[in-house]
Write a protein that binds this ligand. Structure first.
Ligand code: ADP
Length: 372
């Protein structure tokens, strides 16, 4: 395999491109934005919207197989063109709409929060406030996810977006949020990365921590959710699985991303094989590689835009880079409030007694520099 097509040209495609290069593989990118960060690393580009199927047909002539960094695609349209997609379109089909995704998971007997379609400006039977209302399609980074505490707010939301189809679900008072990055290769084997803890603020991921000393039953639950899901989907590729760990010891699936995921960025420095390299391996038909943690602990902090500006935040990035074992990844985007502009992964000292404590301190140190 020489060339992989990628639909999307943002930071995920950029990190894929670096991983691909190490494996001697080139990427061809379909993106509407010539300024996207992955464009500079791509062997060839097709400048078009990610749901432009005619453009994807052109992309297909330039590569051996097509994968995704973004799921806002026209699946029916893609089904009509002559190309190999990995993950296969059949594996994406139940996942692109949050409602059909929930139904798919429930029908597989995987644990999910109680959910229903929102078809009127009132709580469906069996729900009570607070609830979470989500746009069925095209939500990301908390856009399209609303925590609703009362009747009037529910009605407001319903009427404010008359053209949006919504799903409503119980508000899960979780103990913590977890993520599992899982890969399935051409041989059918499923491999998972160490379970991670993700921390969101206002529905946006702020930090991700490695975990130590997890109870065996929790590890077992997360692993079996990942295997069951990827096998049932007959998936090939890398999937991000977001989970709620409840206070009474259960694990509920929040969301499945059929691609590499923000929660797995620390695998670049903290694991034997990054999620990006693993994706390239699965798509190129290479054997899966070790997902093992290679350090005592790590934390990833997203660098979110704190102002609308053209600034490249160079001084702050330099200050963060000066933290020992800090690795800054900068996506070169224009700054807008709340936008993911980059991330930093910091690796804990090998001989540290309490790696988690050190990682929490490092996350605070990064945030202090970044948001000061
Ligand atoms: P997105 O696709 O925009 O990332 P998610 O569905 O993953 O949206 O939700 C983003 C965040 O919102 C979650 O990580 C979690 O913190 C919070 N959230 C989502 N659904 C629920 C829920 N049912 N109960 C409690 N919090 C939720």
């Amino acid at each position: 395999m020489k060339r992989i097509g990628v639909i999307g040209g943002g930071q995920l495609a950029w990190m894929m491109a670096s991983a691909a290069k190490e494996l001697g593989i080139e990427l061809v990118i379909q993106t509407p934005h010539p300024t996207d960060v992955a464009v500079g690393l791509a062997a060839e580009k097709v400048f078009a919207e990610v749901d432009d199927v005619a453009a994807t047909a052109i992309l297909a002539t330039k590569c051996d197989v097509i994968t995704f960094e973004n799921e806002f695609v026209d699946l029916d349209g893609l089904g009509k063109i002559d190309a190999v997609f990995l993950p296969p379109l059949k594996a994406l089909a139940p996942l692109l709409d949050k409602y059909t995704q929930r139904c798919y998971l429930r029908d597989l007997d995987l644990p999910v929060p109680n959910f229903a379609l929102l078809t009127q400006p009132e709580l469906p039977p069996g729900f009570e406030f607070p609830v979470v209302v989500k746009a069925r399609r095209n939500g990301y980074d908390g856009q399209g996810t609303f925590i609703i505490k009362e009747k009037s707010a529910l009605a407001d939301l319903y009427y404010r977006y008359p053209d949006t189809l919504f799903l409503i679900e119980e508000f899960v008072d979780f103990d913590r949020e977890l993520a599992v990055i899982a890969a399935r290769g051409i041989s059918g084997e499923v491999i998972t990365y160490p379970i991670l803890e993700t921390q969101q603020e206002e529905q946006v991921c702020r930090r991700v921590f490695t975990l130590e000393d997890l109870p065996d039953d929790l590890v077992e639950m997360c692993g079996s959710i990942a295997s069951k899901l990827l096998i049932s989907l007959d998936a090939i590729g890398v999937f991000g699985i977001e989970l709620f760990a409840t206070r009474d010891g259960r694990v509920l699936v929040n969301e499945i991303a059929p691609r590499t995921h923000n929660s797995g960025h620390l695998t670049i420095e903290a694991c034997a094989t990054s999620q990006f390299s693993q994706l390239i391996r699965t798509v190129a038909g290479l054997p899966l590689a070790s997902t093992e943690l290679t350090c005592s602990g790590a934390v990833m902090v997203n660098l979110l835009g704190y102002e609308d500006s053209q600034s490249d935040c160079l001084e702050k990035r330099q200050e963060i880079s000066a933290i020992p074992n800090a690795h800054v990844h900068w996506y070169g985007k224009e700054s807008r409030i709340g936008r993911k502009l980059g991330h930093v992964t910091v690796i804990a000292d090998m001989d540290v007694k309490n790696a988690r404590q050190q990682c929490e301190n490092l996350a605070r140190q990064v945030a202090t520099i970044w948001y000061k």
